[in-house]
Design a protein around this ligand. Structure first.
Ligand code: GAL
Length: 446
């Protein structure tokens, strides 16, 4: 739910209520003007329309509105309360996994020059969109002030930087190419969950074995962005790290036979999914595996938080492996927090960014969220088993950028790909899917 501190005045004039309504309208307009003045008085002369709206509250915009994601946010807010007890946290979360609703709501607010004090944004291409639109302030000075320059890996800072300026503070790193496996379901087909299939073909053969053993939903799947995430991992499996990364800079052509093979394999995978996938958010899809009604779900490691919170034990009740064919590759995304141009409570927003960047904040948040800290000063032994695997992979694997989570492609391009994936989900036409993907790349790369 959007929990905006700004008052909203709904003034409607109908033909039948003439004069008195006109008076009410004038009064309402005067009130609106007064409120606008109050809101604008937050511009502490910094020229960006934001500033000193007071230091005692901070409105933070995310899509971590419910379930395990809210538990993660709450853990971070708790540390914020300890570190900055005088600042009230205003939760402006908008529900919908991967920001499926939040991004549009945020865009309207930014367009209306009504930004929150800080908002969640993915490192990489998506962040560059906001930077190019002039919606973010440079926060490099906070890196000096909070001693962060060495706290984060350089490769990550590069994805937060444009023209030498840093535009956000990372809270975590997630891995997207993870299969979440229910061993008890696999046993029904005599499949050993502790051994990951070596290739996509071998995995598809196992999915068929599950089907033959009477498992109705071998693979749990959800709404469009989860389909896009599944497809990106199939591309990665087929093209390898370099081939996949080349898709985003033109080094790999979308007409490459590997892309066609990925589309065909992806179509086969859809054949093993729950029939209601289009209507499920990620948590509902992951829940099918947690409940023992599907063998597998490809999901980012925010799913770890859901398995933990359901009380399941790693390597007995559930296990994970990289999507077959992607072992040794870390399909990366990072959440980060920004200081928008015109943030009404700039000082409080900086306090929030301090907590987000702090060792205490990152530990509390990531333990609850399933991700790993963006900071490098991490003691892996303090994290549960799955996260220890992610910490090890992050430090040794080849890192590529996630498409579904804003790291690989700008918003306009990923929206075009998402539409093509949605259409493919209903018509299954490989040729028109490949044409749509090739056209989207041409439009984006020229
Ligand atoms: C990602 C985000 C994660 C998680 C996920 C599901 O885009 O980076 O933190 O929230 O969406 O909502």
């Amino acid at each position: 739910m959007l929990d905006s501190p700004r008052p909203f005045i709904d003034v409607r004039l109908t033909a039948s209520n003439g004069g008195s309504m006109r008076k009410k309208l004038i009064a309402a307009a005067a009130l609106a003007a007064a409120l606008t003045l109050t809101a604008c008085s937050g511009d502490g002369g910094n020229g960006n329309g934001g500033g000193d709206g007071g230091d005692n509250q901070v409105e933070v915009f995310t899509w971590w509105a419910s379930g395990s994601e809210k538990v993660g946010l709450d853990a971070l807010v708790k540390v914020f309360g300890e570190q900055h007890p005088d600042v009230e946290f205003i939760n402006a979360a908008v529900a919908g996994g991967a920001g499926s609703n939040a991004k549009a709501a945020l865009a309207s607010r930014l367009e209306a020059k009504n930004p929150p004090d800080s908002f969640q944004a993915h490192a990489g291409a998506e962040l560059s969109d906001y930077i190019a639109a002039g919606q973010l302030q440079d926060v490099s000075s906070l890196y000096t002030e909070f001693g962060l320059t060495d706290a984060f890996p350089k490769s990550l800072l590069d994805r937060l930087t444009v023209d030498g300026k840093i535009y956000s503070v990372p809270s975590n790193i997630h891995r997207a190419n993870v299969v979440w496996v229910n061993p008890a379901v696999l046993e029904k087909a005599g499949i050993d969950a502790s051994k990951a299939p070596a290739t996509m073909e071998a995995w598809i053969a196992d999915l068929q074995k599950l089907k033959d053993a009477g498992v109705e939903t071998p693979l749990a799947l959800g709404t469009e962005w989860t389909q896009m995430q599944l497809f990106e991992t199939v591309l990665l499996s087929e093209l390898g790290a370099d081939g996949y990364s080349g898709l985003w800079n033109g080094d790999t052509q979308w007409t490459d036979p590997g892309v066609k093979k990925a589309a065909e394999d992806y179509k086969k995978l859809l054949g093993y999914a729950n029939s209601d996938y289009a209507g499920l958010d990620w948590d509902a899809a992951t829940q099918i595996v947690i409940d023992g009604n599907a063998g597998y779900n490809v999901m980012g490691d925010w799913a770890e938080a859901a398995f933990q919170q359901a009380g399941l034990k790693y390597d007995s009740d559930y296990t994970t492996w990289p999507v077959p064919g992607t072992d040794g590759v870390f399909d990366f995304l990072a959440d980060s927090f920004t200081l928008p141009v015109g943030a009404p409570h700039e000082k409080a927003a900086k306090a929030w960014l301090q907590t987000v960047s702090s060792a205490e904040g990152q530990k509390a948040f990531n333990l609850a969220k399933g991700s790993i800290p963006a900071r490098t000063d991490v003691d892996a032994s303090e994290y549960p088993a799955y996260q220890q695997t992610a910490i090890a992979s992050w430090s040794s694997d080849t890192v590529v950028s996630s498409l579904a989570h804003g790291a690989a492609a700008p918003v306009a391009w990923s929206s075009d790909i998402s539409s093509a994936i949605g259409k493919f989900g209903s018509d299954g036409n490989v040729d028109s899917f490949l044409t749509a993907l090739t056209d989207a790349a041409k439009k984006a790369l020229g």
